[in-house]
Design a protein around this ligand. Structure first.
Ligand code: ADP
Ligand code: MG
Ligand code: MG
Length: 875
């Protein structure tokens, strides 16, 4: 078996496609060599050896030592130098590099091959003793630190003392004699630490190889993989690259640097980089000396600069992506030491992808695949100023319920939050949990923090709907609203204190952290999403209840409304008394009278919505929540409300009690309500069809209302309601003498409905999966209380994802797939959508695409993400 891959003088055994075994660094060194780019010769030990190393008690496979020996011999030939040769010593670097880049997390040792004899040879060979001893002391430090565990600071202290004694500030100001002395001091440090510095170069080499393989499992490497979700079990480990040294520290005509082929912050098509004269690789990052901008290199060494730019252009063209490169100049000769796809901000990622399509480097599909949905999300939500953020103190973490950054003063009371918010003050609404009465406060707060609830709790759903950052279910936050403070362990935050929340990470921070506004759907993001629209098959609609949200949704590219929750309109100040009047009415006549008053208001709402959507389909769901949600619950409010309604407190209290249920989410709600009180469905139908008729007459606008019946589990529920709705609608249309197309369909959110979808499709003209309820009922997880144990489920690995956020493919997903298949088999033109929170989740969207749905519907602010995810699902 082959473990070693050689590269030198334009010929390499490896190539870019071999990242799995050569690591990113090794594969790209090979690729660059094959492209004829100047790379010092070397070889890569395969990452398979790393795997063997850990499976076999840190030993190596048979034959490896032989292969390395042969490769070293070839390296000696390629360079014309000898490893350990006192006349013409070959020096090498021993560098880590895994398939996924983990910059700076693993070890690299430079200048290996130096000892008391070869350092003399190097001095003579280069006629530069100062340089030779500088290289030697660097090697002593690196080998001691990384391979032998000698604390780095000991070397640094010795160096600092030396500089102090000489009265100089920079390393480069030390002369040959100083460095010789430093070498002796460093050797003393070895002695103090009871470590032997190996004079034998073979021994040095294997110590370094051990150290690099060992660094794969170093604490910081493990941590880095954890934080960045890099799955260890999907990689072999690190490869080891052994590369002939080139020297940037030979004088003023030498140097080293790093550069990006485009600006990684903005994505601007301009070279972006830094370099240091007379320095070795690690000096640039170490920050001891301030590096110079690349423009300086242009001035100092114009030929080298031109060559570098040419190589960078070539690399970018070849890899078809922005490159992050490392280079070294030895006595005016340029060498490339690394190239990789550069890390970039979300903004840059989008700009670079779009620009590269315009430049003909990649096609639209590649651009769409290359941008991550999080990138789109990030450029659309406010972010914290990075610098201020790095200095802020994080006190707790909750669920990242609605992305974006928000800062404001803590307010516990929703009406107060609304009042201050209206005045333009920045507030963060902090509640144990929220209910429909808090919506006003939420709308005028910068962000929302709750201590209870999950990803589909009221607070989370509403916040996403209105595009407000929210952190929910922060269980360590103890809200004492009566006393006017909240507490996290020992930290007390009072009403009026500034806090900041990050709805993308769930982080809660002390103090005021400035935020940066998003760029919006303009320029490159708009272009990218246009391409996504050309590629995707799934339609994208929005969940919107009021015209303002519908307009936002249109701006973000929604092609209709997939869910309008009519009851949200009932909570408005001028309506709730009328709704309550309807609820407490004892007779059908009494209810009808109250509904009569609601009718014109609802009709106007729907007209607004239809107008905003200008002919795109609008799905309107009939009343869904249990009636007790519309009633007050504490004594004081009951009394006030009773007065308004002209009944006694006792009467109202009796109603409240009679409506209370042990499991309200499994209770008298959805179609069950309108089966008991068909007059509610009649009023809502009149409002919907009436709005459509009026718009047709007033402005000849063709609307296709889709009337959606929630919580159907049995075909007969649908049959019962459809008959009533149809009678009312047809009668109205006939009387108005206009042509209106409307549809009657159902939500599929009760498991029984998914199982009997073929039956249901005989009556339903469309389906919309309500995956929130469907998940709740399939798992039997109460979505409002799931925060109590779900974090533990995730932490203990019982579930991989929050099923309310990412669709559970095997369970809930199977119901979605079956419901779609059965539904379409019974009615071939059945339109099938999804309107749960999953409609805006990229992973779930990919599932919906494969399951054959026609569209997804999500909150307006997630529409751009859904457009991109739907396109990616096809590729
Ligand atoms: P990292 O993955 O931490 O960037 P590298 O293996 O790329 O580690 O090494 C760090 C730096 O060491 C490089 O940027 C380069 O400047 C320098 N270096 C590595 N190998 C050589 C070499 N053969 N000659 C000169 N400098 C080198
Ligand atoms: Mg590097
Ligand atoms: Mg539902």
């Amino acid at each position: 078996k082959k473990f070693v891959y050689f590269f030198a003088n334009g010929v390499a055994e490896g190539k870019a496609g071999m990242k799995d075994i050569l690591g990113g660094k090794g594969a790209n060194l090979a690729e660059m060599t094959n492209l004829g780019i100047p790379v010092p010769p070397g070889f890569t030990i395969s990452a398979e050896v790393c795997k063997y190393f850990y499976q076999n008690n840190r030993t190596y496979p048979d034959g490896l030592r032989e292969e390395v020996k042969n490769a070293m011999k070839k390296l000696e030939e390629a360079t014309g130098k000898g490893f350990g040769d006192p006349e013409k010593p070959l020096l090498v670097s021993v560098r880590s590099g895994a398939a996924v880049s983990m910059p700076g997390m693993m070890d690299t040792i430079l200048n290996l091959g130096l000892n008391d004899k070869t350092v003399e040879g190097l001095a003579k060979m280069t006629s530069n003793p100062r340089f030779a001893y500088d290289a030697y002391r660097r090697f002593l430090q690196m080998l001691g630190d990384t391979a032998l565990g000698i604390p780095k600071h000991k070397f640094e202290t010795a160096l600092d003392n030396m500089k102090k004694a000489k009265g100089v500030k920079l390393d480069v100001e030390l002369d040959e004699n100083d460095l010789k002395k430093l070498v002796e001091l460093y050797k003393k440090i070895y002695e103090e630490e009871n470590k032997q510095f190996p004079q034998n170069v073979e021994e040095q080499l294997w110590l370094a190889i051990d150290a690099v393989f060992g660094s794969w499992m170093s604490e910081r490497a493990i941590k880095y993989r954890e934080i960045n979700n890099i799955r260890e079990d999907q990689m072999l480990g690190t490869a080891v690259n052994i590369v002939a040294m080139v020297f940037g520290n030979m004088g003023e005509k030498s140097g080293t640097g790093v550069a990006f082929t485009r600006n990684p912050n903005t994505g601007e098509n301009e070279i972006y980089g830094e370099f240091l004269q007379n320095a070795q690789g690690e000096d640039v990052v170490a920050g001891i000396r301030t590096p110079l901008p690349l423009d300086e290199l242009k001035r100092l060494m114009p030929n080298v600069y031109d060559e570098l730019i040419g190589i960078m252009k070539k690399l970018e063209k070849h890899y078809k992506d922005m490159q992050d490169i490392e280079f070294t100049i030895e006595e005016g000769k340029l060498y490339m030491l690394q190239t990789r796809n550069g890390k970039r901000t979300s903004k840059a990622a989008i700009k670079i992808a779009v620009d590269m399509v315009h430049e003909g480097l990649i096609n639209k599909e590649e651009a769409v695949m290359r941008v991550k949905t999080e990138d789109v999300e990030r450029v659309l939500h406010p972010r914290f100023d990075e610098k201020a953020l790095s200095q802020a103190k994080s006190i707790a973490k909750g669920l990242p319920a609605s992305p974006g950054a928000a800062t404001g003063v803590v307010i516990f009371d929703s009406s107060k939050a609304e009042e201050l918010g209206r005045k333009g003050e920045q507030v963060i609404l902090v509640r144990p949990e929220t209910s429909p009465e808090d919506v006003g406060g939420m709308a005028f707060a910068q962000g929302i923090l709750t201590s209870r609830g999950g990803m589909t709790s009221h607070a989370a759903v509403v916040a996403r709907g209105i595009g407000k950052p929210a952190v929910v279910g922060a269980e360590t936050v103890e809200v004492k609203e009566e006393e006017g403070f909240f507490r996290v362990n020992d930290t007390v935050v009072r009403e009026g204190d500034w806090i900041s929340i990050n709805g993308s990470t769930g982080e809660i921070l002390l103090g005021k952290i400035p935020t940066i506004k998003p760029v919006g759907l303009e320029g490159e993001v708009a272009k990218l999403l246009e391409w996504a629209d050309e590629i995707r098959r799934l339609g994208v609609r929005a969940n919107a209840d009021i015209p303002r949200d519908a307009e936002v949704a249109r701006k973000f590219g929604a092609e209709g409304i997939g869910l309008c929750r009519t009851e949200h309109m009932f909570f408005e100040k001028d309506r709730i008394p009328k709704v309550r009047k309807m609820i407490v009415a004892k007779t059908k006549e009494g209810r009808e009278k109250a509904l009569e008053e609601l009718l014109p208001l609802q009709k106007e709402d729907f007209k607004g919505l239809f107008k905003a959507m200008a002919g795109y389909p609008v799905t309107i769901r009939l009343i869904d929540p249990p009636l007790h949600e519309f009633l007050p619950h504490d004594d004081e409010q009951i009394e006030a409300t009773a007065k308004d309604l002209g009944i006694s407190s006792k009467e109202l209290k009796d109603v409240v009690i009679s409506l209370s249920e042990l499991n309200p989410m499994l209770g008298h709600r959805g179609c069950r309500l309108t089966i008991t009180y068909p007059e509610i469905a009649v009023m809502q139908t009149k409002a919907i069809i009436g709005a459509a008729i009026e718009l047709k007459k007033e402005s000849n606008l063709d609307v296709v209302p889709e009337i959606m019946i929630p919580l159907v589990g049995h075909i007969n529920e649908l049959v019962f309601l459809k008959k009533i709705i149809k009678e009312v609608a047809d009668q109205m249309i006939k009387e108005a003498n206009v042509h209106i197309d409307y549809k009657i369909g159902t939500m599929i959110e009760v498991p029984r409905a998914a199982i009997t979808a073929d039956e249901i499709a005989k009556e339903a003209e469309f389906f919309s999966f309500g995956t929130n309820d469907l998940t709740q009922m399939t798992f039997a997880f109460s979505r409002d209380d799931v925060g109590k144990f779900l974090p533990e489920y995730l932490q203990k690995g019982i579930l991989e994802h929050d099923p309310f956020k990412t669709l559970d493919y095997e369970g809930v997903g199977a119901l979605v797939e079956m419901g779609t298949r059965k539904g379409k088999s019974a009615r071939s033109n059945l339109k099938v959508g999804v309107c749960g929170e999953h409609g805006g989740d990229p992973r779930s969207i990919s599932f919906f695409h494969k399951a054959g749905l026609d569209y997804v519907s999500c909150s307006p602010y997630r529409v751009p993400v859904a457009r991109l995810a739907a396109a990616q699902a096809t590729l």
